[in-house]
Design a protein around this ligand. Structure first.
Ligand SMILES: [Zn+2]
Length: 306
């Protein structure tokens, strides 16, 4: 019997509050959790006392979190820092993105996990699909990724962009042979900014993204080579939202994030993970691919025990 091919799908859903996800229900995510492992943690940063807008960060309170080494991390709870931490496996004081301005990113030293995987094993095929163009413009996900779809949600519209992202990723899973993928869906954040996370529109955006995730999983299970593959699927978010909509600050509603980890070939029993962090996502993806994290990389994250 030959060894299974290790493959990884990471799906990011922007501004998805875990308590709202649980309250509203989303069948695909619920099934992934039931057969996987999941948990929440609080971002070890946030900016107190400033408007929840896109303005640059200034003040960050110190709220110690397990594993952050007692550092003071100055950053807003915004998408730039969140996705950069997910991509790199390091916190904002290392990758340098502390708000959505991307003034001083350090992605040369802290590249994204897809680029790390490619550097370690050039034979791996990597792919990324996202509609927040800033992640491409500033290099949070690098141009060394083999197959990329970069849309601008601000011009395309976030719901339409999500649909295009999901369709492109679904097609790629069905017709190509990627080993590691990142797929970004953004409408949950957009709706929460407009209306808050307690409205029917937020439920609708979540339901749509949940259905897109279902299509991606169906595409994986439909691959002719699927019986010889071992897929790890990770789902996460970059930050939460206050009840009225908006983020950047220090409330639990803004700082609470989640990681769902699943192995499609194995039942992990719906185990609750102890405080999985955004910086653990990249190392977990690398571990699933069999790429060892080098201590010299100075990452903050560690592979989650699945
Ligand atoms: Zn946002």
């Amino acid at each position: 019997m030959s060894a299974l091919m290790n493959k990884v799908l990471v799906v990011g859903m922007d501004g998805l509050r875990f308590d709202r996800l649980q309250a509203l229900g989303a069948p695909v995510l619920a099934a992934l959790m039931a057969a996987g492992a999941y948990g929440t943690s609080r971002l070890p940063y946030g900016e107190a006392g400033t408007p929840r807008t896109e303005s640059p960060g200034e003040v960050v309170p110190k709220t110690p979190e397990p594993g952050d080494g007692g550092r003071v991390i100055r950053s807003r709870t915004d998408s730039g820092p969140g996705w950069s931490s997910i991509a790199t496996g390091a916190w904002p004081d290392k990758h340098g993105v502390v708000d959505n301005g991307f003034a001083a990113p350090n992605f040369q030293k802290f590249p994204d996990f897809l680029t790390r995987a490619k550097n370690a094993r050039p034979e791996l095929a990597t792919a990324a699909f996202f509609s927040w163009a800033a992640l491409d413009e500033h290099g949070a996900f690098s141009r060394a990724i083999d197959h990329r779809l970069v849309l601008d949600g601000y011009t395309v519209g976030w719901a339409a962009a999500d649909r295009q992202v999901a369709e492109a990723a679904e097609r790629h899973l069905a017709t190509a042979d990627p080993d590691a993928l990142f797929v970004y869906l953004g409408d949950t954040d957009e709706v929460a900014h407009d209306l808050g996370p307690h409205c029917p529109e937020y439920l609708a955006a979540l339901a749509t993204q949940d259905a897109y995730l279902g299509r991606l999983l169906a595409a994986i299970r439909g691959r002719a080579t699927y019986p010889g593959e071992r897929w790890t699927v990770l789902v996460t978010t970059d930050h939460g939202h206050v009840d009225a909509g908006g983020h950047g600050g220090t409330t639990d509603e803004e700082r609470t994030v989640f990681v769902i980890a699943s192995r499609l070939d194995a039942d992990l029993g719906g185990r609750v993970l102890a405080g999985p962090r955004l910086v653990d996502v990249g190392p977990t993806a690398l571990a699933a691919l069999g790429v060892e994290v080098d201590p010299g990389w100075d990452l903050d994250g560690v592979p989650l025990a699945l």
